[in-house]
Design a protein around this ligand. Structure first.
Ligand SMILES: [Zn+2]
Length: 138
């Protein structure tokens, strides 16, 4: 099995509702996302001969996805009181609702499933900090 990896990043805030500790507060990360694409045989067309995938295509899909989170406040559906959400929207803050608790683990699966729609993703790792990483894999 051949694999290639590339990475992207975005800056965003989040918080963990019902968490007892510092992460219950709104705080920011530079989220670093490393994706792996695999293939049992290499491409044979003239342009991509000898490649698993063109890094350019993988990076483009990854960056398009990550850009939808960049400089946003990421929050789990129903974790903000409607009145607060309305006030934040009135201030024109960029809010990004997700249907899951915004942990690195859940993001690794979310990015995996989104990218899997267009390429043979086999692993996604999400770093919240340089030292802490969560991985979702086949
Ligand atoms: Zn955090």
């Amino acid at each position: 099995m051949y694999s290639v990896s590339t990475e992207g990043s975005f800056d965003a805030a989040h918080f963990l509702k019902d968490y007892q500790g510092k992460c219950k507060n709104i705080h920011g990360h530079r989220w670093r996302v490393v994706v792996q694409v695999s293939a049992t045989s290499l491409l044979e067309d003239k342009q991509n001969q000898g490649m698993v995938a063109d890094f350019k295509d993988v990076k483009k899909a990854l960056n398009q996805l990550l850009n939808t989170f960049d400089h946003t406040l990421i929050y789990e559906k129903d974790s903000l009181k409607p009145a607060l959400k309305k006030l934040l929207q009135e201030e024109d803050f960029a809010l990004r609702e997700v249907p899951f608790r915004p942990t690195a683990e859940n993001f690794s699966r979310f990015f995996y499933e989104e990218l899997k729609k267009s390429m043979n993703i086999t692993q996604v790792s999400v770093y919240e900090t340089p030292n802490n990483c969560a991985t979702y894999t086949d």
